[in-house]
Write a protein that binds this ligand. Structure first.
Ligand SMILES: C[S@@+](CC[C@H](N)C(=O)[O-])C[C@H]1O[C@@H](n2cnc3c(N)ncnc32)[C@H](O)[C@@H]1O
Length: 199
């Protein structure tokens, strides 16, 4: 079944006219292309910016399991795909526990962020700690992988612990519909995206 929740990304970028887009977990660049094309409805291509982070070909089998992840394309493959959009593409290869803190000050404030890289609680927390420094009053941050109502607890992965601990005085949090469900050998994995903005 095709996941339905990704439509949220395009709807939010359209509604907010987001121009500076960041994605933690670029993967194969397919959703990046779609997000960029929506931004291009409002802006000339050369003014749209995409900042993509992934381990790309450096992702090991061990890290893939640890991060509950998927095997990405190579950096060169993604770069070639995204070059077709004619926008400004910036790709950063490596573990975001290192790369994000190294480059965030050179990126500055962004309009839209998808946090969808490593799915371990530690990596999601580290990604959030860096991304929150890039938020302005209008920045929208979308977390993927909020696991709800799993018949069997998914331990050590997902953003639910972090999201549920955010300070309600500082952030407005919205669990987004629709939810996607996937049958696993241990039960049903149910996934929502979550929208976070500053109050
Ligand atoms: C679920 S996929 C991302 C899907 C993509 N955002 C999309 O919408 O199609 C997760 C990606 O995060 C990357 N990743 C996993 N752990 C990472 C880490 N610690 N640092 C950087 N990238 C990581 C993986 O290589 C993989 O491409």
């Amino acid at each position: 079944m095709i996941p339905q929740r990704y439509a949220n990304l395009l709807n939010i970028i359209y509604k907010n006219k987001s121009r500076r887009i960041m994605e933690i977990g670029t993967y194969n660049g397919a959703h990046a292309t779609e997000m960029i094309e929506v931004s291009k409805i409002f802006y000339p291509a050369q003014t749209v910016e995409y900042f993509g982070f992934d381990m790309f070909e450096s992702l090991t089998e061990e890290k893939l399991k640890q991060e509950f992840s998927k095997q990405p394309s190579t950096l060169i493959e993604v770069q070639e795909l995204l070059n077709k959009t004619k926008i400004n593409v910036h790709l950063y290869k490596g573990d975001t526990r290192n790369t994000l803190s190294q480059v965030k000050s050179s990126i500055g404030q962004v309009d839209f962020v998808l946090i969808d890289g490593g799915h371990s609680i530690e990596t999601i927390r580290s990604d959030w700690n860096n991304v929150k420094d890039l938020m302005g009053q209008k920045t929208v941050v979308i977390f993927d992988d909020y696991y709800t109502n799993t018949e069997i607890e998914v331990e050590g992965v997902g953003c639910q612990t972090l999201i549920d601990s955010l300070n309600a005085n500082d952030y407005e949090v919205q669990i987004l519909e629709p939810m996607d469900s996937f049958a696993k050998e241990w039960g049903v994995l149910k996934i929502n995206m979550v929208k976070v903005v500053k109050k």
